[in-house]
Design a protein around this ligand. Structure first.
Ligand code: ZN
Ligand code: ZN
Length: 268
């Protein structure tokens, strides 16, 4: 297949932790034959997060419109955002997403119990089982509260837990993960295959094949792929692997989004 339907999770210099200009990400996507790009800057509200107060939607939409004009006819640019802990900041999230014309809203859980699940202290006082079960329980609550379209990097604690606990198997957490997935199906929220964990050497996306398959078997249909790129420039990295995995999990389509409505694109 020529090219890729989309890269629906990546960052640019309008995110607190990224210094790649939006234009550079667009150019790279065009070189790779990616047809749609959704740059999903971080929007954080947790008081301890380094990104609090950084996100400016007016700057994002101005830059997006500039890039849309520059790359018209070569790249479809969707408007997106990655919201953290949507359930804890529901009013803030609703105010933002009703005020601005987003095509896609990612909901990501980065903070649990006032600790960031991407740092070792979160795991310090807990076993692997406690660490993951606590995260998945909170994620299920976030999905049930709604207000977003796609769960970002569904099993993201494995970025650190994989190393701390000598690997990670989704099958060991089948029950809490399937509860998250049932909540997704009930609320019409989709999942993504986030390829950042391939780049970290885990050999699988977040989440893995087993999880994508469970979601499909439970009736889930809304799947996107995102590289979650922060640095120059791994846009679209491990997408052939992610597409193969999507097909192996039983998906025949990816969901492209416009005005927060999924449209299905064949990956046969
Ligand atoms: Zn994230
Ligand atoms: Zn991200």
């Amino acid at each position: 297949m020529a090219g890729f339907p989309h890269d629906y999770h990546l960052h640019s210099s309008l995110s607190v932790d990224c210094d790649v200009p939006m234009e550079a990400q667009c150019k790279r996507a065009i070189e790779l034959g990616i047809r749609e790009l959704c740059i999903t800057e971080h929007c954080d509200w947790h008081p301890l997060d380094m990104g609090v107060g950084y996100y400016r939607p007016e700057a994002y939409f101005a830059e997006l419109e500039r890039c849309r004009a520059t790359f018209a006819g070569r790249l479809i640019l969707r408007a997106g955002v990655e919201l953290s802990e949507v359930h804890s900041y529901h009013a803030e999230a609703a105010a933002l997403t009703s005020a601005w014309p987003y095509d896609l809203v990612l909901g990501s859980l980065h903070w649990v119990d006032d600790m960031i699940v991407l740092d070792e202290p979160y795991f310090a006082q807990r076993s692997a089982t406690e660490s993951y079960n606590r995260y998945f329980a909170e994620l299920a609550a976030m999905v049930r509260a709604g207000g977003f379209d796609i769960v970002g990097h569904l099993d993201v604690p494995k970025r650190v837990g994989f190393r701390l606990f000598n690997g990670y198997r989704a099958e060991d957490y089948a029950e809490p993960i399937q509860d998250v997935l049932r909540a997704c199906v009930e609320t019409g929220i989709g999942i993504e295959l986030n390829t950042s964990t391939y780049r970290m050497g885990l050999g699988e996306p977040s989440p893995s094949l087993a999880v994508a398959r469970w979601y499909r078997q439970l009736g889930g249909e809304i799947l996107t792929i995102g590289s979650d790129v922060h640095h120059p420039s791994t846009v679209g990295s491990f997408f052939p692997e992610a597409l193969d995995l999507a097909r192996a999990a039983g998906f025949r389509y990816l969901a492209n989004f416009e005005q927060r409505t999924p449209m299905f694109t064949s990956i046969d």
